[in-house]
Design a protein around this ligand. Structure first.
Ligand code: G6P
Ligand code: MN
Length: 449
């Protein structure tokens, strides 16, 4: 089996490779091809992987290229983990939004719209190359904003593209731990929404929903990240535990203020941190793997720090794995498909008839039953009205982003910003688009009226 990783010079690639090294089973990935537009980054990551593989007798063979077509030919699986505009672009997304007094997170609010507007055309172009050169490959999309980008690619690839995020599985794991569930892997998660916009409404263990027990237990609610972010009282009001990214909605003023007050934004912090890592990774004689490990630990410890600060939620939980675990979700998905091992995973797939308030092609995040035929959403209870409101409003924004990427229309791009629940004025939306097009060469295509 051959796996191609687009964005192969990216910082998280060694997590994927480490997971592959741990997979000894029949039908495992034997060849990995890294593709990136930046040869220097590819070189550094290749060094890290070589150090990881040292000593492993049958480590997956690694190749690297800057030629997309060459990378795609013969691929059984394609991971798409690109970052259009790089981390400098992410920092600009944040800065521009904050200057207008609105949130500039990479997936939520104005920042997510800006990032989507410049990523969708690139993701669609990639999807066309995959359709032509590797039509039977499964594409696993990690590129944020993951739900939107998956939907864009699904217009070309249909159900052959599946979006991945580790936050729902992480939430399920944390809730199971707070409940002292003996076998967390056996617990059944009732979770649905869009990517970074979903709610855990239940956790069934041996057929019984244990969430009510958690909601009644203030101490247990204070023992995990989302419990501290949202507070016991608000979780009881909702009767559910929201994805951590809903903090940006439910505590928007506080989040914006915390972001404005935090020295460098998340994107600026990572831009500088990663620049240091990639520079260190070329130094002869030094261990690129050691530099990578240090950088990873630092990145994880500061994840969502501004939100935790706004909520007075304290530091990152030491029980958390050193990555959110998204590479494990990806590996589990590949295994289920390649070996026809049926399992259930929370994935970003087309809605079909799962949520009746959305059309069939809308990509949603939902538990799916996966086997050789790919993922199929499992039936879920309908969303309550407050969640329907957010989900449909944000899906409407995503549709405007897709339409703007298709047509190059500025008016449509303004509409995408203006309709977002976290952008509170059409004038602000206009100023956002002007400032973003000034900051990002990747938005030059939005030249038409
Ligand atoms: C979580 C999110 C991802 C995001 C990652 C890293 O796992 O679900 O979508 O890419 O965190 O966030 P960071 O701020 O470190 O880039
Ligand atoms: Mn995510």
């Amino acid at each position: 089996m051959k796996l191609t990783i687009l964005g192969g010079g990216g910082f998280r690639v060694p997590l994927v490779y480490r997971a592959l090294l741990g997979d000894r089973a029949e039908g495992r990935i034997a060849h990995v091809t890294l593709h990136d537009v930046d040869a220097a980054r590819l070189g550094v990551i290749t060094r890290v992987l070589a150090e990881q593989a040292a000593g492993a007798a049958d480590a997956p063979v690694v190749a690297a290229t800057t030629d997309l077509d060459e990378a795609l030919r013969g691929a059984d699986f394609v991971f798409s983990a690109i970052r259009v505009g790089g981390l400098a672009g992410r920092a600009a997304d944040e800065r521009v939004a904050l200057a207008q007094g609105v949130l500039g997170q990479e997936t939520v609010g104005a920042g997510g719209v800006a990032y989507g507007l410049r990523t969708v055309p690139v993701a669609v172009a990639i999807a066309h190359r995959v359709a032509e050169l590797a039509p039977d490959a499964w594409v696993i999309n990690f590129t944020n904003p993951a739900g939107l980008v998956t939907e864009a690619m699904s217009r070309v690839l249909g159900d052959r593209v599946v979006g991945i995020c580790d936050s729902p599985v992480g939430l399920g794991r944390r809730v199971a731990r707070a409940l002292d569930v003996a076998d967390p892997a056996g617990a059944e998660i009732d979770y649905v929404g869009l990517n970074h916009l979903g709610w855990l409404r239940g956790l069934r263990v041996a057929g019984r929903d244990e969430l009510p027990r958690l909601l009644a237990d203030t101490e247990a609610l204070g023992s995990f990240e989302e419990g501290r972010l949202f507070g016991a009282e608000w979780l009881r009001s909702l009767g559910a535990v929201p994805n951590e990214y809903l903090h940006y909605y439910y505590f928007n003023r506080e989040a914006v203020r915390a972001y404005q007050g935090a020295g460098p934004t998340r994107g600026a912090f990572l831009r500088d941190q990663q620049a240091g890592f990639y520079a260190a990774g070329t130094r002869p004689g030094a261990s690129a793997l050691a530099a990578w490990r240090r950088t990873l630990a630092d990145r994880e410890a500061t994840y969502m720090a501004a939100s935790r600060e706004a909520a007075g939620a304290g530091g990152r939980d030491r029980n958390e794995p050193e990555s959110g675990g998204y590479e494990k979700v990806a590996l589990a998905l590949m295994r289920a498909i390649a070996r026809d091992e049926r399992t259930t995973l929370v994935l970003n797939v087309r809605n079909r008839t799962t949520l009746p308030v959305l059309d069939e092609d809308a990509v949603i995040e939902v538990p799916c039953s996966v086997d050789a035929g790919g993922p199929r959403p499992v039936p879920v209870d309908p969303l309550p009205y407050h969640a329907v409101g957010l989900v449909t409003a944000v899906k409407a924004v995503e549709r405007e982003v897709l339409a703007a990427a298709d047509s190059g229309s500025r008016a449509t791009a303004v509409k995408a910003f203006a309709l977002h629940p976290l952008v509170d004025s059409v004038s602000v939306a206009r100023r956002l688009l002007d400032a973003y097009t000034g900051a990002h060469p990747g938005l030059a295509y939005l030249a038409k009226h």
